[in-house]
Design a protein. Structure first.
Length: 177
């Protein structure tokens, strides 16, 4: 049997930040997913969390956990899929570090994500866009800036991170003849 604790610690504290370059938010989300899973597994298996073995976290237990978070915690399928992604990532990490766990890893990787309906992209009407652009106070420099940023973001389809990361050198103006 393979102790869960040392592998999970290495995964969260070393592998994700150093090897995968995961953001603090991703690491926190994955850690919370495992906090919930470990608590659930310990309760179901009637063992202390520090006594859990990797092999005990098979597909059946993880499926029970995913059903639990949807029914008892009222999580949506999108959250369920995010938790499952964390578990699959951990088992991908384990494949190279704990060969004895390969069978469990294969079982976990076989768990399908739940289908979710993707909402159709909804566009703003002209009056809605105008109301958004008119919201900043154009009598102040910050209002002019905010309006310009909103206009640019909408016109170019920029994400907030793309907009805030924009540098002056990124903007090319056509030559005036």
């Amino acid at each position: 049997m393979t102790a869960l604790a040392p592998h999970l610690s290495t995964y969260l504290l070393e592998h994700l930040p150093r090897d995968r370059g995961a953001s603090r938010h991703t690491i926190d989300s994955y850690a919370y997913s495992f906090q919930l899973l470990v608590g659930f597994a310990a309760e179901q298996l009637r063992v202390r969390p520090c006594e859990l073995q990797v092999e005990q976290l098979g597909a059946e237990l993880i499926l029970d956990f995913l059903d639990h978070i949807e029914s008892d915690r009222a999580n949506k399928p999108r959250t369920r899929n995010a938790r499952l992604a964390a578990f699959k990532s951990f088992f991908r990490f384990l494949e190279y570090r704990a060969p004895a766990c390969l069978n469990v890893a294969l079982q976990v990787h076989a768990i399908p994500s739940k289908r979710i309906t993707q909402p159709l992209v909804d566009y703003l009407t002209r009056p809605e866009l105008q109301a958004l652009l008119d919201a900043p106070d154009r009598r102040t420099s910050s209002g002019v800036r905010d309006r310009a940023m909103l206009h640019l973001a909408y016109a170019c389809g920029l994400r907030v991170s793309e907009l805030t990361g924009l540098q002056l050198d990124d903007v090319h103006q056509p030559a005036m003849d």
